[in-house]
Design a protein around this ligand. Structure first.
Ligand code: HEC
Length: 134
């Protein structure tokens, strides 16, 4: 006779086994802590680095930790460990293309969509993802 506790154990084992194999298949080993946070596939970080230097560095600083602390709020966020990793790329895209107000933040953050193409915004996002966090 099959006892019901055996059946429950088997069933729980089956579910755990299934979910483990699904999550292994979905995520590359080195990005597992970022879970399901959205990342664009496109974007050339090298190209993005050049654009960042030209358009963003003045306020956000060479390393994303800010430069204009005197009058800018929270401008060090771009490479803040435990924070930036968890923002989806579409959020960064809106912040960059439509400006700070579009994400409920400071309007000192300009909207860039008239100056930067879709491709260029994605290149800059790839660069932000490649920068070390602090
Ligand atoms: C004139 C100064 C200035 C320039 C130039 C600038 N930013 Fe910003 N940026 C800001 C400010 C101020 C904020 C809002 C910070 C806050 O309120 O938390 C911000 C916010 C952001 C955010 C959202 C961060 C968050 O924590 O939500 C992103 C992403 C961003 N900027 C990217 C860029 C990129 C990429 C460029 C270059 C294309 C750029 N910024 C150029 C001032 C600037």
């Amino acid at each position: 006779m099959i006892r019901s506790t055996d059946f429950v154990g088997w069933f729980v084992g089956l579910i755990l086994g299934l979910s483990a194999s699904v999550s292994v298949a979905e995520k590359p080993a080195d990005s597992s802590i970022y879970g399901d946070v959205e990342r664009f596939a496109e974007g050339d970080a090298l190209q993005g680095a050049k654009l960042y230097k030209r358009y963003c560095r003045g306020c956000h600083g060479e390393d994303g930790r800010g430069g204009a602390h005197t009058f800018m709020p929270h401008i060090e966020n771009l490479t803040k460990k435990g924070y930036i990793e968890f923002l989806p790329d579409s959020y960064l895209y809106t912040a960059i293309a439509d400006g700070g107000e579009a994400i409920g933040k400071s309007s000192y953050m300009p909207a860039w969509k008239s100056k930067l193409s879709d491709r260029e915004v994605k290149d800059i996002i790839a660069h932000i993802r490649a920068m070390p966090t602090f």
